[in-house]
Design a protein around this ligand. Structure first.
Ligand SMILES: *[C@@H]1O[C@H](CO)[C@@H](O)[C@H](O)[C@H]1NC(C)=O
Ligand SMILES: *[C@@H]1O[C@H](CO)[C@@H](O)[C@H](O)[C@H]1NC(C)=O
Ligand SMILES: *[C@@H]1O[C@H](CO)[C@@H](O)[C@H](O)[C@H]1NC(C)=O
Ligand SMILES: *[C@@H]1O[C@H](CO)[C@@H](O)[C@H](O)[C@H]1NC(C)=O
Ligand SMILES: *[C@@H]1O[C@H](CO)[C@@H](O)[C@H](O)[C@H]1NC(C)=O
Length: 386
């Protein structure tokens, strides 16, 4: 015991002595070290200048080398750079790169900053949004709680004024054809771009013929208290449901797993990432669900019903009228908007909300023709409360 103590004491002494000596020598060593690298940096600069002069007469000055000599001048990484949304929606990523980037998701679920969750309104359209003035009214005053994304034909040039909520909100787009996989690609592209903003929590897909049925605060509340996502999804035994199933999809997707539902969905961040990152179901649907199998009515609906059935409400938030029959739902114009038209849609429905029977089932409705706009604008406070 005694000897060990001594040994420890002994062992302590010499290093302390050398440390004092070292600490005197250290600055000198550091200085030499620094001078060596400075010299090396200058030498490299000269060499590269000579080389570039030798090989490329136009580029005599190479500013890149200076960073080797002065690494201290680089901006330190700030936390803000991770959490603030991209300053512009323009980017040069292709789909593989964008989807890969968008699939990054924090693993720590409590945020080390005050995060105000936002609703991402994603418009899948060919070009103009005739209902934009109505949406502007709906959005006004709630700038902190929403973001807008527009997927249009790549050739479409937007012309919103800088004061518009839709100004510069068009994402890099490609042609999306009705009922084809390119339509789902467009939807995934919208989700991926919206996922780049860490504050987006709910993602709603809308068309140019959609209108909001409730005020923004009610819409926001409805989404924020929901524990499920609103994706229309059901098992349709008929020719337009199970009839579109292809046996080649088994065993990944069996006939009993096959779902149908409206393209116009609302999903939370988790499901948005699940859709963007999918490379399991995508190839099957791309290959075996082609018209008359309309992939935008089956792919996400079936995949999510298999993967996360407990996270789905199985109903859409977007009201639509199929009662007139045919391949397309009814479109409403100026003449259709009469007193009481919206009362039924907004108040007299049956669905479950929070495990309760509810009559408030829809937040959006389609399809509305541009001719309906002025009437809707005039009565929006009366009809919808905004
Ligand atoms: C995106 O670009 C990368 C690199 O050029 C390429 O490997 C990939 O195939 C591209 N993806 C698409 C969908 O074009
Ligand atoms: C489809 O059926 C096969 C065989 O019964 C089973 O192994 C597979 O897990 C099923 N697929 C799904 C998605 O349930
Ligand atoms: C939605 O459907 C799935 C089956 O596809 C089911 O497991 C789930 O409970 C349903 N959700 C609700 C809210 O009924
Ligand atoms: C909703 O349910 C009530 C009572 O069950 C019924 O009287 C009413 O017709 C239903 N409404 C719709 C739109 O199905
Ligand atoms: C909801 O309505 C159905 C009939 O439409 C009824 O059977 C059920 O008991 C109701 N549930 C609640 C919680 O009121």
């Amino acid at each position: 015991m005694q000897t060990r103590l001594v040994a420890m004491e002994e062992g302590k002494e010499p290093p302390m002595a050398t440390r004092t000596i070292q600490s005197k020598i250290l600055p000198l060593k550091l200085l030499l070290f620094f001078l060596f690298f400075l010299g090396l940096g200058i030498a490299l600069t000269i060499i590269s200048m000579l080389m570039s002069r030798h090989y490329d007469y136009d580029n005599v000055i190479i500013p890149v080398t200076s960073s080797r000599v002065h690494p201290c001048f680089q901006e330190p990484i700030s936390f803000q750079s991770w959490i603030k949304p991209p300053s512009t929606l323009r980017h040069y990523m292709n789909d593989s790169q964008l989807f890969w980037r968008a699939s990054f998701d924090p693993q720590i679920k409590s945020f080390p900053f005050k995060r105000v969750p936002k609703v991402a309104f994603m418009f899948l359209t060919r070009g103009p949004l005739p209902m934009a003035p109505l949406w502007e009214k709906f959005f006004k005053g709630h700038e902190e709680r929403y973001s807008i994304y527009i997927h249009a034909l790549p050739t479409y040039v937007e012309d919103y004024s800088p004061s518009s909520a839709f100004y510069l909100r068009q994402i890099p787009s490609q042609v999306a054809e009705w009922g084809m996989m390119s339509m789902c690609d467009g939807e995934r592209r919208l989700l991926a771009n919206a996922l780049l903003d860490i504050s987006n929590e709910w993602f709603i897909l809308l068309s140019e013929a959609c209108i909001p049925l409730q005020s923004f605060p009610i819409t926001y509340l409805y989404l924020s208290v929901s524990q499920v996502s609103y994706m229309g999804s059901y098992d349709d035994p008929g020719p337009f449901g199970r009839g579109r199933y292809d046996d080649n999809m088994a065993p990944l997707v069996n006939l009993t797993d096959w779902r149908k539902g409206s393209q116009w969905f609302e999903v939370d961040r988790k499901l948005a990432v699940d859709i963007v990152k999918d490379d399991t179901f995508y190839p099957k649907f791309e290959k075996f669900c082609r018209p008359a199998c309309y992939v935008d009515e089956h792919y996400f609906q079936t995949m999510l019903s298999i993967r996360s059935p407990h996270l789905l409400a199985n109903r859409s938030l977007t009201w639509v009228d199929w009662s007139r029959g045919g391949a397309h739902p009814a479109t409403f114009g100026k003449a259709d908007i009469k007193k009481g038209f919206f009362k039924n849609i907004i108040e007299d429905q049956n669905c479950t909300f929070h495990n309760q029977n509810s009559s408030a089932c829809f937040l959006f409705a389609r399809k509305f023709a541009p001719s309906a706009l002025n009437t809707l604008l005039e009565h929006s406070l009366d009809f919808f409360g905004y």
